[in-house]
Design a protein around this ligand. Structure first.
Ligand SMILES: NC(=O)c1ccc[n+]([C@@H]2O[C@H](COP(=O)([O-])OP(=O)(O)OC[C@H]3O[C@@H](n4cnc5c(N)ncnc54)[C@H](OP(=O)(O)O)[C@@H]3O)[C@@H](O)[C@H]2O)c1
Length: 356
């Protein structure tokens, strides 16, 4: 049996779901993969738990419960990210997996340190892969790095793209709705709900980032497009992707509360666009399109009843899948699905990168 030490950065929605899934799947993991994930460190933005022999299931579930209740992770202030990984090295841990389920900038030094030591890295955090290409390029196609949950919220989007590339099928066009939050808002607007009310409903259900402008500016979708495009062989930078923000820059400096109130002013223009699409038998969707090294992300009318209108899906048009694209569709996003994508990556590393 393989004991795989794991350092987890981020104990938010995805991190907590991952810890619970690891604890719940111990027996199955052993039977199916002869593998035991030993969580040696859990770190949030302020605290950490550290046990080089592995935290017990009881300690892990207590930590999840504490974070769920908005209590601190523990009473130990955390060292820097790099120091945390250095402690693993000092404790002679081998075949370590670093899991980044934060949404933090600046994780690159940790990832580099880990990869240099032949540790595995699993990312749900898109930022290291969507930074400037000269820095990000070393993370693409790296044998010790996995990132299934960065696009598609756990659906096998990255694995499918990797398979297409591995079998020398040139990528011609990628298209999809890559934001569950914006998909929800668009569907509400189809039903005549004003944009500002749809946004408030999305926020109320916890679908948006704490500041919903993160979603509305399209930056998260842009990062996903960059990841897919870079995998496909186009060294995209932000300038190569045209992104439509759903709010004007004049609302950028308001507090979240002020912004939510001011969003009412955006209702008439969006209602007009929804109505114009409806007259033509179409609905508005926030669509990402990518081909020949250029991408666009924004609202566009799509035929009512089409796959793009009805599904959270992504399509690949390739040399082989040209007349009929390869589609991946179904429930994507949500912390359980995302965490499962991370766990799948961890199993893959344990199996493929760390040997049987
Ligand atoms: N939620 C989804 O459905 C979904 C889907 C696909 C991908 N993702 C990606 O998965 C990641 C996590 O999402 P989430 O929904 O779990 O976010 P979240 O609930 O906001 O949790 C983020 C966690 O990261 C911690 N954190 C922040 N800076 C850190 C640092 N420097 N070191 C260690 N931990 C740090 C936060 O600490 P505190 O607890 O102290 O604030 C928090 O525990 C994001 O990159 C997101 O884009 C999420």
């Amino acid at each position: 049996m393989k004991h795989i030490p794991v350092i987890l950065f981020g104990v938010g929605g995805v991190g907590r779901a991952l810890v619970q899934q690891i604890v719940a799947s111990r027996d199955q993991m052993l039977a199916r993969n002869a593998c035991h994930f030993e969580l040696v460190a859990l770190a949030d933005s302020h605290h950490w738990l550290w046990q080089p022999q592995g935290l017990s299931n009881e300690q892990l579930l207590a930590a999840v419960a504490a974070k769920q209740e908005r209590q601190p992770l523990g009473d130990q202030p955390r060292p820097g990210n790099l120091e945390i990984v250095q402690q693993a090295e000092a404790a002679w841990l081998n075949n370590v997996i670093i899991v980044d389920v934060t949404a933090s900038d600046g994780m690159e030094p940790v990832l580099d340190f880990a990869l240099e030591r032949r540790y595995g890295v699993v990312l749900a955090n898109k930022k290291p892969l969507a930074g400037p290409w000269p820095t990000a390029r070393r993370y693409f196609n790296h044998p010790l790095l996995r990132h299934e949950s960065t696009v598609g919220g756990g659906q096998p989007v990255i694995a499918t793209l990797r398979y297409l590339l591995d079998t020398n099928d040139p990528i011609l066009r990628i298209e999809g709705q890559l934001s569950g939050t914006l998909g929800f808002i668009c569907q509400q607007m189809d039903e005549g709900v004003p944009f500002s009310r749809a946004l408030a409903a999305a926020k109320g259900r916890g679908y948006t980032e704490p500041d919903p402008r993160e979603d509305l500016a399209g930056r998260d979708v842009m990062r996903k497009v960059m990841i897919l495009g870079r995998m496909a062989g186009w060294p995209l930078e932000e300038n190569d992707i045209q992104v439509e923000s759903l709010y004007p820059s004049a609302l950028a400096h308001l507090s979240v509360r002020e912004f939510m109130a001011a969003a009412v002013a955006l209702d008439p223009a969006l209602r007009d666009r929804v109505n114009a699409a409806g007259v033509a038998g179409e609905v508005l969707r926030y669509v990402a399109e990518l081909s020949a090294g250029q991408g666009t992300v924004g609202l566009r009318p799509v035929p009512m009843g089409s796959a793009l209108a009805n599904l959270k899906y992504i399509s690949f048009r390739t040399g082989r899948y040209n007349d009929e694209p390869l589609l991946i569709a179904g429930k994507g996003a949500g912390v359980e699905m995302t965490a499962a994508g991370v766990l799948g990556d961890m199993v893959d590393l344990a199996r493929e990168a760390f040997g049987r």
